[in-house]
Ligand binder design. Structure first.
Ligand SMILES: *Cc1c(COP(=O)(O)O)cnc(C)c1O
Length: 368
């Protein structure tokens, strides 16, 4: 069967050269006579994989020395708990310390709800008034805010912070699950970054955390050991068995990014891809982007049908999804909470995939 163009928001498309390399090494990784999946995570064969992944991530993103890189499990969702517990948790367990948040949609909202169990959450701004179709103006934090949390790229609504909020000395914490490595990022502006792997890094199962070392302090004594950054940092992500296979694929993805020109080149390709799709939506008589221009994501591009009658709209959407799939373009439905359509065009989506989608859109709207 021919490979499809997969516009899924996650788990999502992986670079073809990575899949080919992984399949070639499936039975015998690095001449060890075994698969990565069968190896001890403490073996001499796996050590270069986890260390190689960390080193390459450090060099691609320019991660300064004073940051620790962790390969954890539990998805980005577990970071919604680990961040408040480790950075602002108290022995009495309830929110005595304050933290600032900006509400830009579902994932930012989940981070807020989870943090409320441990800290005194202050929501500084929200774009809920317009269905999260923009990034709100972000006020400065207060001096006693322990950290300031944002979701840098909002996967479901397709918005992105193009300028960071004015946090001063308060550590900025960002969920970068759906935009990590899509373009250069100045890590030194953040206290902590986290990303579930299954959007832009590799397969599900691993979460990358990049944390400034001074923020790794002892969590409250009630904290489950597996949720403590200090333990994972001390054990170099090998406190228990890490997601070895996922880390290995991340390593291959990082090599692929490096071989294709690094993050500058990646950013250029992503701006070009997104530009082509946004232009097509701008010209379209049938579809439009519901997102304010200044807040648009490079990775997740929702689009909506210009039709007031909900039933008619639904019928056109279904026809679009069906015909797109017949033409080898899958997973173009919007998130179940917001509906509509959405193309996720992560790093691994080639330009040809976007070109094909754009010509399909042009043909489709002529027929409808
Ligand atoms: C997908 C996603 C999540 C959830 O990730 P899990 O790894 O499934 O927990 C959180 N934040 C953002 C921005 C996402 O895109």
């Amino acid at each position: 069967m021919e490979r499809v163009y997969n516009f899924s928001p996650g788990p999502s498309i992986l670079p073809l050269p990575v899949l080919k390399k992984a399949s070639a090494e499936m039975l015998d990784a690095y001449g060890s006579g075994q698969s990565i999946m069968e190896m001890s995570h403490r073996s001499k064969d796996f050590k270069p994989v986890i260390e190689g992944a960390e080193n390459l991530l450090r060099s691609l993103l320019g991660i300064p020395e004073e940051y620790t890189v962790l390969f954890l499990q539990g998805g980005a969702s577990l970071q919604f708990s680990m961040v408040p517990i480790n950075l602002a948790g108290t022995e009495s367990g309830s929110g005595q310390k304050k933290a600032a948040f900006v509400d830009t949609g579902v994932w930012a909202g989940k981070a807020i709800d989870e943090a409320k169990k441990y800290v005194d959450v202050r929501v500084l701004a929200s774009s809920k008034d317009k269905n999260y179709s923009y990034i709100p103006a972000a006020p400065a934090p207060e001096k006693d805010d322990v950290y300031y949390h944002i979701c840098l790229n909002n996967t479901i609504v397709g918005t992105k912070w193009h300028t960071l909020p004015p946090v001063g000395d308060v550590p900025l914490v960002a969920d970068v699950s759906s935009c990590i490595l899509s373009e250069p990022l100045d890590v030194s502006r953040f206290g902590l970054l986290y990303a579930g792997a299954q959007k832009n890094l590799g397969p599900a199962g691993c979460t990358v955390v990049i944390i400034r070392k001074d923020l790794i302090t002892q969590a409250p004594s009630w904290t489950p050991t597996m949720l403590r950054y200090d333990i994972h940092a001390k054990e170099k992500s090998l406190y228990n068995t890490p997601p070895c296979w996922s880390i290995y694929i991340i390593y291959l993805v990082l090599q692929w990014i490096s071989e294709t020109g690094g993050l500058e080149a990646m950013g250029e390709r992503n701006r070009k891809k997104a530009g082509i799709l946004y232009d097509a939506l701008e010209k379209s008589s049938l579809f439009y982007s519901p997102v304010e221009k200044a807040s648009r994501s490079l990775m997740n591009i929702p689009f909506v049908i210009r039709e007031k009658d909900e039933a008619k709209k639904k019928t056109i959407e279904e026809k679009f999804l069906k015909e797109a799939a017949e033409n080898g373009m899958i997973n173009l439905a919007g998130h179940r909470l917001v509906g509509g359509l959405r193309a996720s065009i992560y790093n691994a989506m080639p330009l040809e995939g976007v070109d094909k989608l754009v010509s399909f859109i042009e043909k489709f709207e002529k027929k409808v």
